[in-house]
Design a protein around this ligand. Structure first.
Ligand code: ATP
Ligand code: MG
Length: 461
């Protein structure tokens, strides 16, 4: 069986400290603590119930079928095998823990842009650390910048401090882009005595977290670096869903509905909504599918023409003539070949995208003026309103489980990992496996075709 398996083995601190497990404290994490003796009746005793996850528990990620054994050969040892199974480590509390809680100084840092649910994750990490018995928990203010800026003091965290932070959006700790070098971050961690680092952020932040993990190993530091993927765009490889995405799709409904009402109430009204999605159109696609009010959905993965006989503008003219109004939903990274390249980059080195929403608005106005048909074009960009929202119920549950599992992973001695949900199970991934490139909408997928069926749009090429 093992011949067919490719396992994503996740890095463990014992890789550099081979005998480290000779000092583990067997810490019984009371996952279900009865409130008092009376309540204890009926609860399994610690011996009967422990709920620990075995280090070898894996979750099947996918089965890849090959047309012949030879094409599977690179992945598979068995000469007759035509498939390969990919497995990932299951997340959760381990019976043997690597760190002594009283020796832990844990730090949490949030980087990149805002995303609904950040406070829920911070809260849950702090609460779970306290349950493990950690007394020294701090927040690093304003992203990686907080490691270098002497004016920014660490924020002590406890259950009391974080109790109600999930009731508002944003990040208690603040976020930022750019900041110190990886070497400076690790030096600062050494000075502060941090041996557990929880990093909440997107692809850039995770590249940083992996580099911090590698630098810690190089310096032979006993540090666990654990990521929690934060991407409102839902563009992290191998994961079913990332937190904030559900909330974003839900909030986007308000913007789409407003665009629809404006368009529907105006004579020849056209509503254009720009949603998040730098390289992946998941928010635009799911929001269009959910709303049922979108006539044209444009995403980065599917090229389109604006002008010409098969262009978006021609279809808009058709919609105005037949329906009297139209709604366009465009992802921020769509049609970048059509807008002027800015060449500008942000503090983290990400390319600043051209504004496709404004471009479509201007070109639509120009086009209808030229053809002599009146059109009332309205443009809505709800990006910052969506990002600043507090998470909805389903995202909150996701954040809670991810936060708890991040702490379990760190205590188990894993480092250079990130937590996620895969085939409905919570798992640990090695960071490089999930950030090699963004997850994208497959233009041949059923979901994109369902979206096209729902909007009724043609191909714009
Ligand atoms: P978002 O999805 O909101 O853009 P992100 O994590 O991708 O989140 P970035 O601004 O790209 O946001 O990066 C966040 C932090 O990670 C920044 O402080 C940046 O300096 C750092 N960073 C980005 N890329 C790397 C890298 N390759 N190595 C080390 N650090 C990095
Ligand atoms: Mg990013």
């Amino acid at each position: 069986q093992q011949d067919f398996e490719r396992r994503f083995n996740i890095p463990h601190i014992t890789d550099i400290f081979p005998d480290a497990l000779s000092f583990p404290s067997t810490f019984c994490l009371r996952m279900r603590t009865p409130i008092n003796e009376e309540f204890a009746e009926g609860y399994p005793s610690d011996e009967e119930w422990h709920g620990y996850i075995n280090n070898n528990d894996r979750v099947l990620l996918k089965v890849i079928h090959y047309s012949s054994p030879s094409s599977a050969g690179a992945e598979c040892i068995d000469p007759n095998c035509t498939w390969v199974e990919q497995w990932v480590h299951r997340a959760g509390p381990r019976e043997k823990i690597f760190f002594k809680p009283e020796e832990v100084k844990a730090a949490i840092v949030t980087c990149g842009g805002l995303c609904p649910g950040l406070n829920d994750v911070i809260r849950q990490i702090a609460i779970t650390l306290e349950i493990y018995g950690v007394k020294n928990i701090v927040g690093i203010p304003f992203g990686y910048r907080g490691f270098s800026d002497k004016g920014l003091a660490e924020m002590p965290l406890s259950r009391k401090v974080v109790q109600n932070i999930h009731l508002s959006g944003g990040s208690l700790l603040g976020v930022s882009r750019g900041g110190p070098s990886v070497s400076d971050i690790v030096t600062s961690m050494e000075e502060r005595g941090i041996n557990m680092l929880f990093v909440l952020g997107g692809n850039g932040t995770h590249a940083g977290a992996n580099a911090i993990h590698n630098e810690c190993r190089k310096r032979k530091l006993n540090v666990a670096v654990v990521g929690v993927p934060k991407t409102i765009d839902n563009d992290i490889l191998l994961m079913d869903k990332t937190f904030g995405f559900d909330t974003a799709v839900e909030e986007a409904q308000r913007a789409i509905n407003s665009a629809y009402i404006e368009a529907h109430s105006a004579y020849h009204g056209i509503g254009i909504v720009k949603l998040m999605g730098r390289s992946s159109g998941f928010i635009a696609m799911q929001s269009s599918l959910a709303s049922g009010q979108v006539d044209i959905c444009l995403i980065p993965e599917v090229p389109f023409n604006l002008h010409g006989p098969h262009g978006v503008l021609r279809h808009l003219k058709y919609l105005i003539e037949t329906k009297g109004s139209a709604v366009v939903c465009v992802a921020e990274g769509a049609g970048q070949n059509l807008v002027k390249k800015t060449n500008a980059t942000d503090a983290s080195g990400n390319i600043v995208l051209g504004d496709i929403g404004v471009y479509i608005q201007q070109e639509t106005k120009k086009c209808f003026k030229e053809i002599g048909i009146p059109a009332d074009v309205k443009y809505i960009d709800p990006t910052y309103m969506i990002r600043a929202c507090r998470a909805n119920a389903s995202d909150r549950i996701l954040c809670t489980v991810l936060g708890q599992n991040a702490v379990h992973g760190a205590f188990a001695g894993y480092s250079g990992i990130t937590v996620g949900i895969c085939n409905t199970h919570y798992v640990y991934f090695p960071i490089p496996e999930v950030i090699s490139h963004p997850r994208e909408v497959d233009p041949n997928s059923r979901m994109w075709h369902r979206c096209l069926t729902s909007t009724g749009q043609p191909d714009f090429i």
